[in-house]
Design a binder for this molecule. Structure first.
Ligand SMILES: *[C@@H]1O[C@H](CO)[C@@H](O)[C@H](O)[C@H]1NC(C)=O
Ligand SMILES: *[C@@H]1O[C@H](CO)[C@@H](O)[C@H](O)[C@H]1NC(C)=O
Ligand SMILES: *[C@@H]1O[C@H](CO)[C@@H](O)[C@H](O)[C@H]1NC(C)=O
Ligand SMILES: *[C@@H]1O[C@H](CO)[C@@H](O)[C@H](O)[C@H]1NC(C)=O
Ligand SMILES: *[C@@H]1O[C@H](CO)[C@@H](O)[C@H](O)[C@H]1NC(C)=O
Ligand SMILES: [Zn+2]
Length: 410
């Protein structure tokens, strides 16, 4: 490759950057655990989840932010893979489709056993570290994906789900999402409903981390108040630095500190700089701010790679984490603080969540009231009371819709 002569001194400086060297030295023993990566969504949309397709080979895949060589260059030692389905599946095929996304993550681990180790607990992550593999965990993104069912919640736990994002960009019948705070959605539960608190309690009992990225501020505050274990924001940044309602405001950061919870910073340019252009240094500003308000123990990384289109200059793909760590060292973060950001803070929170779980406790059994269930495409077996007027009207309207359409009334 031809390199213009005047670039050489610059390259030489980069290559011997002491912060860069130190970052990599630290990451050899403490690799990054990232909170949120949407590669499974890419596998669905690019390959319809057919992993054996030669174009889907994760060693050579080029069009994504994530592939195996980039993970290795980035010193990624743990990844919460996002099992995600958009809100338009709510009250439709959400559960079937989330099972398929969980399945593709399992198959990814099976197909690349030298690279990925699917694990479900904090000691499994340490095991993967020691084997030089990427500890692979499952985060389910969107409360709509449990279809308001504690039985589905428990079953997803058995399949490996270790965090659930309480909402995506829509309300569920039991929790409000962040778009309530922009005025684009109406508040329905004013945070968590009574059933929403039951979901929270069951997550605590099982040992599923509560993820508050995408939820409304009222939902954040309810969860921080009622959870008996620390919670996470798997991919959210600081509102004070970029006032997007997807970010975490300072009063919530104070609650994060009080509860020993964790904010894993999102790299999406729109949440970093509130515009389509952003830089690595601006991401470091978010980390500095969260450290200032909530403590260095509350900071983590949740890049949102392969879930977003615009990324900061200098953080274009998963190989770039060492450059961000070098920037923190340049800003005088200590070794211990940096190791916290990389992995130790998440390991602490995950361990605390495991310690607070209690499989001996009786599972929550009280289902969501029938009248709070939305959608007309479901049966009501097990509910003794007659369907509410609300549901009957919904079903009636649904059955009339094709007729009204054919009459050009809608
Ligand atoms: C997987 O791909 C390989 C190589 O293309 C092919 O030989 C094999 O039959 C495929 N296996 C399945 C189960 O499709
Ligand atoms: C992916 O490609 C690599 C190198 O070309 C090859 O060794 C490996 O078997 C392929 N893996 C799959 C699952 O196709
Ligand atoms: C962690 O998970 C592994 C299976 O991946 C299991 O064998 C082990 O007992 C678990 N450890 C704890 C402490 O639960
Ligand atoms: C919370 O803040 C206190 C006081 O600033 C600090 O000592 C502590 O380490 C912080 N907690 C976390 C989890 O960072
Ligand atoms: C880091 O520490 C050095 C030495 O104490 C100091 O000169 C420098 O201004 C500090 N940098 C920042 C960004 O705080
Ligand atoms: Zn998201």
């Amino acid at each position: 490759m031809l390199v213009i002569w005047w670039l050489w001194p610059l390259l030489a400086v980069c290559a011997s950057d002491p912060f860069q060297l130190k970052a990599k030295e630290i990451m050899k023993t403490t690799p990054v655990i990232d909170g949120h990566n949407d590669l499974p969504w890419q596998l669905l949309t690019l390959f319809n989840n057919k992993l054996n397709d030669s174009k889907a080979n994760l060693t050579t895949l080029m069009e994504t932010h994530t592939n195996i060589p980039k993970l290795q260059d980035g010193f990624v030692g743990g990844q919460f893979w996002s099992a995600y389905m958009p809100c338009d599946t709510q009250n439709k095929d959400a559960v079937r489709r989330i099972l398929e996304q969980i399945d593709v993550i399992h198959r990814m681990c099976q197909l690349y056993p030298e690279t990925f180790l699917c694990v479900t607990n904090s000691s499994g992550i340490r095991q993967a570290f020691s084997e030089g593999k990427v500890a692979s965990l499952i985060g389910v993104e969107g409360g709509h994906l449990i279809d308001s069912s504690l039985g589905v919640l428990r079953t997803l736990y058995h399949l490996g789900m270790r965090y659930l994002t309480l909402t995506h960009n829509c309300n569920t019948p039991w929790a409000d999402n962040w778009m309530v705070d922009t005025g684009d959605d109406k508040a329905e539960s004013q945070g968590l409903s009574v059933f929403g608190k039951r979901v929270l309690k069951e997550m605590n009992r099982l040992g599923v981390m509560i993820d508050l990225s995408h939820v409304s501020v009222a939902t954040m505050k309810d969860a921080l108040q009622y959870s008996k274990a620390p919670v996470i924001f798997s991919h959210s940044s600081a509102y004070n630095i970029c006032p997007s309602k997807r970010n975490v405001p300072d009063d919530v950061l104070q609650l994060v500190n009080k509860t020993r919870s964790l904010v894993m910073v999102n790299f999406y340019s729109k949440f970093v700089s509130c515009s389509k252009d952003a830089t690595l240094s601006q991401v470091a500003d978010h980390l500095d701010h969260i450290k200032k308000v909530a403590g260095a123990g509350a900071v983590g990384l949740g890049g949102d790679y392969d879930g977003v289109t615009e990324l900061p200059k200098g953080l274009e793909d998963v190989s770039k984490y060492p450059d961000l760590i070098a920037e923190l060292l340049r800003r005088n973060w200590t070794d211990t603080e940096v190791r916290g950001v990389l992995a130790d803070n998440l390991l602490r929170v995950f361990f605390d969540v495991e310690q607070a779980s209690n499989s001996m406790e009786i599972p929550e059994e009280e289902p969501i009231p029938l009248g709070e269930l939305e959608g007309s495409c479901r049966t009501h077996y097990g509910y003794s009371q007659a369907p509410s007027i609300h549901l009957q009207m919904g079903a009636l309207l649904a059955s009339l819709t094709p007729l009204l359409f054919s009459l050009h009334l809608l």
